[in-house]
Design a protein around this ligand. Structure first.
Ligand code: NAP
Length: 251
């Protein structure tokens, strides 16, 4: 049994978008340490991506790193082609790359809106659409979208972000139905407040206030999301779900 599990893991090819920082790095490290073949996608943080590769190498784990701006269809095509040429398949796609922006609704420009939708929502469409034919060919696969608590509840001063994340959750549910018969599972993870660069402007005082609102009385770690990702990869009967990993902040 244990031998089969190991064989299964060693064969699995996993793409993590936005794997150079924050939640993405935690996902990459956890999965690489489990023995999966991981392809870390990055866009601007080349050095950070190389450091993750180097660190894992020292632990005896090999990963691939690949630069692609996932908000651009052509670059996504390049990423997926790289994976197919090297591994002939994609078992798991983790759509994690994302940006945030806080602005009053009345001050969101067309450019802000378009950049947000392009980076946080259209990227998920591009990556998923480019990867899914290979999953269908194999009659199996797993897609995990990292959405957000704000897509579920709505975030004040983050309307465009909330729209993009709610869109991801809609895509998750619809696609899970469409792809279920081909044994491809599609799920979202909706993180609450996680301590990463994305929240670098949050002050210590604000973190303390936030903790009072969270039943588990702590801020989430990137590794909390990575553990849920690992569970979803290994699971076989969960699809079309938006799984909240938020310390009970929203129940
Ligand atoms: P982060 O620390 O700011 O890291 C963002 C990652 O996304 C980086 O690796 C970045 O890569 C990548 N990225 C951004 N734009 C990209 C693009 N166009 N193409 C490819 N990669 C791109 O953010 P994080 O907190 O880890 O967030 C990861 C995901 O979790 C996001 O989707 C975010 O919305 C979601 N989330 C986060 C929180 C939170 O509290 N932190 C809560 C809910 C949801 P480069 O630096 O290489 O460009």
């Amino acid at each position: 049994m244990e031998e089969n599990r190991e064989k299964n893991i060693q064969n699995k090819v996993i793409v993590v978008t936005g794997g150079s920082r924050g939640i993405g790095v935690a996902i990459v490290k956890l999965l690489a340490n489990e023995g999966y073949h991981v392809i870390l996608n990055y866009n601007q943080s080349k050095e950070a991506a190389e450091n993750v590769k180097q660190e894992l190498k020292q632990q005896g784990k090999e990963i691939d790193i690949f630069k692609a701006d996932v908000s651009k269809r052509e670059e996504v095509k390049g990423l997926i082609q790289f994976v197919i040429e090297k591994y002939k398949k994609i078992d798991v796609l983790i759509n994690n790359a994302g940006i945030a922006q806080e602005k009053l609704f009345t001050q969101i420009t067309d450019n802000d809106w378009n950049t947000m939708i392009q980076t946080n929502l259209n990227s998920v469409f591009y990556c998923t659409q480019e990867a899914v034919p290979y999953m269908i060919a194999n009659q199996e696969g797993t897609i995990i979208n990292i959405s957000s608590i704000w897509g579920v509840t709505g975030g004040s001063c983050e309307v465009h972000y909330s729209v993009a994340k709610a869109g991801i959750d809609g895509m998750t549910k619809a696609l899970a139905k469409e792809l279920g018969p081909t044994h491809i599972r599609v799920n979202s993870i909706a993180p609450g407040a996680i301590d990463t660069d994305m929240n670098k402007n949050v002050t210590q005082e604000e973190w303390e206030e936030l903790k009072q609102e969270i039943p588990l009385e702590s801020i989430g770690k990137a590794s909390d999301i990575a553990k849920c990702v690992k569970w979803l990869i290994e699971d076989e009967y969960t699809t079309g779900q938006v799984i909240s990993v938020n310390g009970g902040w929203y129940i």
